[in-house]
Write a protein that binds this ligand. Structure first.
Ligand SMILES: [Zn+2]
Length: 206
């Protein structure tokens, strides 16, 4: 029986590039392929882009599981590829499971496993139990493998309470941005943030 393929890893780990490469191969073999992405990821409109490729590929933007279910009634594709899967709800994952297990469609999903606090996104958590998981992480600035997605607010590491979803890129000057971190660098930044937020940094410097 077919199993959903979950391609995951930190930000900047070439997940979209992997999607585009595999999409190219499916098309070359004449398989009818549909690419989906969530409405919440408004960065690139109806395109999936990667710095590794010149040309973006078109995607259908999905708002919620109802819209996904209606689309799936078409059953006309050999392969369904979904980018930024962490922004979908669990009901959407169930729709994809049904498509894969009952209809025999090849389903590949791409996205983050954990948020900026290291907590699993609900959709990704569900996928960990039902999908075949392929992990490729990016590198921390120190050179070690990164497996945390640290959030920065105006360029400063942030570990406080905030919405789980806040769209941002790596190395950007936007209000919200992210940086892939290894365990040690992530914990260092977290400890510094804890001290700073309690006002203990100033105390130490006196
Ligand atoms: Zn590091």
């Amino acid at each position: 029986m077919k199993r959903i393929q979950f391609f995951t890893g930190t930000m900047d780990a070439m997940k979209s590039a992997t999607l585009m490469m595999r999409h190219f191969n499916y098309n070359k073999k004449g398989l009818k392929t549909l690419v989906l992405k969530p409405y919440k990821d408004g960065r690139d409109g109806d395109k999936v882009i990667s710095r590794a490729f010149n040309d973006p590929i078109s995607a259908v933007v999905i708002k919620d599981s109802n819209e996904l279910a209606e689309l799936m009634n078409l059953h006309e594709y050999d392969v369904i590829m979904v980018d930024e899967i962490q922004f979908f709800d669990i009901e959407s994952i169930k729709v994809l499971e049904s498509l894969c297990y009952y209809q025999g469609v090849t389903v590949e999903v791409y996205g983050l496993l954990t948020d900026y606090l290291g907590h699993a996104f609900p959709a990704s958590q569900r996928l960990m139990s039902c999908a075949n998981v392929n992990v490729t992480n990016s590198l921390c600035k120190c050179g070690n493998e990164a497996y945390y997605n640290m959030r920065l607010l105006n360029g400063v590491p942030f570990f406080g309470e905030a919405p789980q979803i806040a769209v941002g890129d790596v190395n950007s000057n936007d209000v919200v941005s992210y940086e892939p971190k290894c365990g040690r660098c992530y914990l260092d930044a977290n400890i510094n943030w804890d001290l700073y937020s309690k006002g203990e940094v100033d105390e130490e410097e006196k």
